[in-house]
Write a protein that binds this ligand. Structure first.
Ligand SMILES: Cc1cc2nc3c(=O)[nH]c(=O)nc-3n(C[C@H](O)[C@H](O)[C@H](O)COP(=O)(O)OP(=O)(O)OC[C@H]3O[C@@H](n4cnc5c(N)ncnc54)[C@H](O)[C@@H]3O)c2cc1C
Length: 560
């Protein structure tokens, strides 16, 4: 193949295929002379070679405007090639090159398959015999062109949990992607170009055409350029958790010259990344979405030199002399002088029949903004009575037919900010059902209905529902720290003065001083944000504690 170069390049392709090298060269030369500035001209010596090039262009998201194929070629004729090429690029305009002797056969074939033109060889002068035809083909293509797709492509089943997980992961990590349902034509074409079937989904294709089948989040992270392995094995500061507290610690740590590593098991942003609009964070009078705030914080942390690892679950912490060793789920580890634990809290699960089975297929924890398009004109239920549920109701009310907030309590005022309650009341398609619990979720492939129970009367009602988003509180997941750091009964981490019982320092405490504020029961380990016992569950306080933990880490590093 000649002229292929970077097939992903933005200009649409003009592809010519002819088994006679001299003819092929001549066509390409004439095409380049007139169209080379706005198009890439590529020539192939056989149908198979040309199809291979087209598959690569498809995977890389490129466009094909015109296909010219010699009628008489061994192995695969021009007609056969054009038919196969149409499966990949149905919008490309098609022409056959024929010798005079083959004209009748070519015309007969044109009547069988959908070919726009035939061109007689030789076509001298091209100004008269070639360019008018190609001009017309390019014009026809330009009036209905393909869309160039420069982003990562995800092909999956609309309602499959692994497909949702891949999209959710990319969206949470601010990786641009385009979604293609496997049962839609373009999804099918991409699978065909990759030589895959719809049996194992999702299929993820990166902008350079690399194809991943049902990748793990770590594989996905690596393929889209997110770092998953630490650059070195010793740091001044390791931050565990990439929510506001962890990102705050990373920004302050790195900006103050500490060699800083942030380790996040899923996607940076934490709970705040889930928020469709944070209205009360200082400096954003018009509110800011969690995704925007996270993107800025992540860029800020990396700008100062912090290293950010995604998809690495921290499962252990121990002291080795003065070093603090952080262990990953896959057995790897890094050491540091100091550690900030900022692992926040995770959603509590709704224990009602059917909910677990339909999770990822209409039932979601958190606001799952990737699902917004699917909620268009549907009945959406939001479970929970705190601000997070209220924000989600506002968010989905913009697309859904109806949004119903299902709240166990008897008044929204118990858990929700006043401004949000006022906003909810002002939106026509939002209704609130107080004193109500979800008893059961129904559906085969996808959520179809819910059973709602009125708590005062006990009466149940079955309602149609396509989506349910659950926000029923959260709990810290700190089991991995049992026996290492002191925790309260709910698993929140105790720090500073809370560790002193009758003025006694915690068991095994090795420093010759009391624990500082935010310091855990292992000297040099600090705790910031929601995971800390008695913390204020807010973005601002999490960020503030992250900054304060770094100041204390400095103090710790300067102490003999
Ligand atoms: C939908 C929603 C809306 C909200 N709206 C607001 C609002 O408007 N205003 C406001 O002030 N607050 C709001 N909050 C609360 C606010 O988001 C939290 O208080 C804040 O995110 C806490 O930050 P954090 O860093 O302590 O923890 P989190 O945000 O919970 O982040 C913890 C991070 O640690 C990671 N992690 C956990 N365990 C591990 C491990 N073992 N290894 C590696 N990584 C780990 C998690 O994946 C997560 O990314 C909202 C919360 C939600 C859910």
């Amino acid at each position: 193949m000649t002229g292929a170069g970077d097939l992903a390049e933005g200009r649409p392709l003009l592809l010519t295929v002819d088994d006679d090298p001299s003819v092929s060269r001549a066509v390409a030369r004439d095409l380049r002379r007139r169209y080379g500035e706005d198009h890439r001209v590529v020539r192939a010596g056989s149908g198979a070679e040309a199809l291979e090039a087209l598959r690569e262009v498809k995977l890389r998201g490129g466009r094909v405007a015109v296909l010219l194929a010699d009628y008489r070629m061994p192995e695969m004729s021009g007609i056969e090639f054009l038919e196969a090429a149409m499966d990949l690029f149905p919008r490309a305009r098609r022409a056959l090159l024929t010798a005079y002797a083959d004209t009748d056969a070519a015309i007969a074939a044109i009547n069988v398959v959908d070919v726009d033109h035939y061109l007689l060889k030789p076509w001298e002068p091209p100004e008269e015999k070639l360019y008018p035809v190609i001009d017309a083909m390019i014009e026809a293509y330009t009036s209905q062109p393909d869309a160039e797709v420069v982003e990562t492509k995800v092909i999956g089943h609309r309602w499959s949990p692994p497909s949702f997980a891949a999209r959710d992961f990319l969206a949470s990590n601010a990786v641009p992607y385009r979604w293609f349902a496997s049962d839609e034509p373009e999804g099918g074409r991409l699978l065909q170009a990759a030589g895959l079937s719809a049996d194992t989904l999702p299929v993820v294709i990166t902008p350079d055409g690399t194809t991943l089948v049902a990748p793990s989040t770590t594989e996905l992270a690596g393929a889209v350029g997110l770092s998953t392995t630490p650059a070195t094995d010793f740091y001044d500061l390791v931050v565990v958790g990439g929510g506001p507290a962890g990102l705050g610690a990373a920004v302050y740590g790195a900006s103050e010259g500490l060699r800083t590593l942030l380790v996040e098991r899923q996607a940076t942003g934490g709970q705040a990344g889930q928020s469709s609009r944070i209205e009360n964070y200082l400096g954003f009078p018009d509110g800011v979405s969690g995704a925007q705030l996270t993107d800025r914080a992540r860029r800020q942390a990396t700008k100062f030199g912090a290293e950010i690892l995604t998809t690495r679950d921290v499962t252990g912490l121990r002291a080795r002399g003065p070093a603090r060793i952080v262990t990953f789920g896959d057995g790897g580890e890094v050491a540091a002088h100091t550690v900030v634990v900022a692992t926040g809290v995770s959603y509590r699960e709704l224990a009602a029949p059917g909910v677990a089975e339909l999770s990822g297929r209409g039932v979601y924890y958190g606001s799952a903004s990737t699902e917004a398009a699917d909620c268009a004109d549907r009945d959406v239920y939001i479970v929970g009575g705190a601000n997070s549920a209220g924000q989600a109701a506002m968010f989905f009310s913009r697309v859904a037919k109806s949004v119903t907030l299902v709240v166990r309590g008897d008044a929204l005022e118990r858990g929700m900010s006043h401004y949000l309650i006022e906003q909810l009341h002002a939106v026509d398609n939002i209704s609130v059902r107080l004193c109500t619990a979800v008893d059961e979720a129904y559906g085969d492939e996808h959520l179809e209905a819910l059973s709602l129970r009125s708590l005062p009367s006990g009466a149940s009602e079955r309602v149609d529902a396509s989506h349910m988003f659950i926000f029923i509180g959260a709990e810290p997941r700190t089991d991995w720290l049992a026996g290492v750091l002191e925790r309260d009964q709910q698993g929140f981490l105790l720090t500073g003065p809370d560790l002193l019982v009758d003025r006694e320092r915690p068991r095994g405490w090795s420093a010759d001083r009391d624990p500082w504020p935010l310091e855990a029961s292992l000297p040099g380990v600090f705790v910031a944000g929601d995971v800390r016992a008695d913390s204020v569950k807010r973005v601002a306080s999490a960020v503030g504690e992250g900054a304060m933990a770094v100041a204390l880490a400095h103090r710790y590093l300067g102490t003999p």
